[in-house]
Design a protein around this ligand. Structure first.
Ligand SMILES: *Cc1c(COP(=O)(O)O)cnc(C)c1O
Length: 384
């Protein structure tokens, strides 16, 4: 890591942009025939939307993807050029601003088509829309029964000059589970729905369905564009599929804090709220100034792993709002010494995946939930 960065005293999330760029290149090599959409929703899974979007573009991403239009508009306002797509709309959303910003807007149903056409009329612009098919995720998207109407009305709006249908797309439910039959079924449904729309006269620039597991493990899902999120941040979509190294990926976020207190404690001392940890004998305790307000899962009480002074320690007792304690087993690191909660894992520190296992969730949630009180510090070893 580049140690020239000014280290905020309490805690920081170091974001290794060189690793991010290398991950983009690695993912592109997995899908050489497809365009690349860098998914930066939810503040780039906690890594910081704008620096990540810029780094991904520098590494060759042609498209940027967000969930909400507000995220996409913020990128545009910050000067990010080129194609930006957003997909999570509600009635009354900022359609007109989005049309005027030249975003690609996902349309999952007739209500959305009506709103985008109205916005296009008002602004005197042609909106770029991408029709989303629900091929079996059962979440957002247009189900096969409603597809003919959406296709027909989109074509009518296109003929009237209000919209251009730039894409046909969908999203997987179970691509992270090798061999899950839903994936093949979704792929077949996608081919059929795309075939229908093209048969009716839609000529999409891009057809796409692949998320990270699709990009990494299912070449038949790549079509014209891939949309990896978690893998770009160097995290495997599922431990079942493989480790980040198996895929040529490196975790981008390292979460660190400075020890706020180190003290000798007698045996029998109840530690933190509820006294769920009691020191088994005389020992030393270290106070880590991060808590659930910072996104440390309270479910990691008694289980979360931390590297301090070259040794793995475990959260002792409950994670509180702002802090937690570790039993240092008699060691006496200095106050202010570094506690590494997670990172790439090759310097003895735990990984986000370890925290996910310790708290009964997925690594996606571990990185994404790191709160705004933790400064992101960008490091870029450059040319790596
Ligand atoms: C979040 C998201 C992705 C990226 O998913 P990963 O599993 O993180 O690769 C792709 N497409 C859509 C529609 C998404 O919401």
């Amino acid at each position: 890591m580049n140690e020239n960065v000014t280290a905020p005293l309490r805690a920081r999330a170091e974001i290794d942009l060189a690793a991010l760029k290398a991950n983009v290149r690695s993912l592109r090599a997995h899908a050489p025939g497809a365009a690349f959409m860098a998914v930066v929703k939810a503040d780039a899974y906690g890594h910081g939307m704008l620096p990540v979007a810029r780094a991904a573009k520098a590494a060759g991403a042609e498209w940027i993807g967000t969930a909400t239009p507000e995220e996409a508009l913020a990128l545009r306002a910050a000067g990010v050029e080129g194609r930006i797509m957003c997909w999570l709309w509600v009635p009354g959303g900022p359609w007109r601003e989005a049309v005027e910003a030249g975003l690609d807007l996902s349309v999952s149903g007739m209500w959305a088509l009506r709103e985008v056409v109205a916005a296009a009329r008002e602004s005197g612009r042609t909106a770029r829309i991408q029709l989303k098919a629900d091929t079996g995720l059962g979440r957002n998207g247009c189900l096969p029964a409603d597809w003919p109407e959406l296709v027909r009305e989109s074509l009518a709006a296109q003929r009237a000059g209000h919209v251009t249908v730039t894409g046909l797309w969908s999203h997987f439910a179970c691509a992270d589970e090798p061999g899950h039959p839903a994936t093949a079924a979704q792929l077949a449904a996608f081919r059929e729905m795309v075939g229908y729309a093209e048969g009716e006269g839609i000529t999409p620039e891009v057809r796409h369905i692949a998320n990270s597991p699709g990009t990494l493990t299912l070449p038949e899902t790549h079509f014209d564009l891939v949309r990896p999120g978690i893998a770009m941040y160097g995290i495997s979509p599922s431990p079942e599929l493989g480790t980040p190294e198996d895929f040529g990926l490196r975790p981008v976020m390292t979460l660190k804090a400075s020890l706020a207190l180190v003290k000798h404690a007698p045996g029998g001392l109840g530690v933190s709220y509820g006294h769920h940890y009691v020191t088994p004998g005389p020992t030393t305790l270290g106070l880590v100034p991060l808590g659930y307000a910072d996104g440390i899962p309270r479910h990691a009480s008694g289980t979360g792993p931390v590297l301090i002074g070259g040794k793995r320690r475990t959260v002792a007792g409950r994670v509180a709002m702002d802090q937690f304690v570790v039993d240092l087993g008699g060691d006496e690191p200095a106050v202010g010494d570094e506690a590494v909660l997670f990172g790439p894992g090759d310097r003895g520190e735990p990984t986000a995946e370890d925290w996910a296992a310790a708290s009964g969730t997925i690594a996606y949630e571990i990185v994404t939930r790191i709160g705004s009180r933790v400064p992101r510090v960008y490091v870029d070893e450059g040319g790596a």
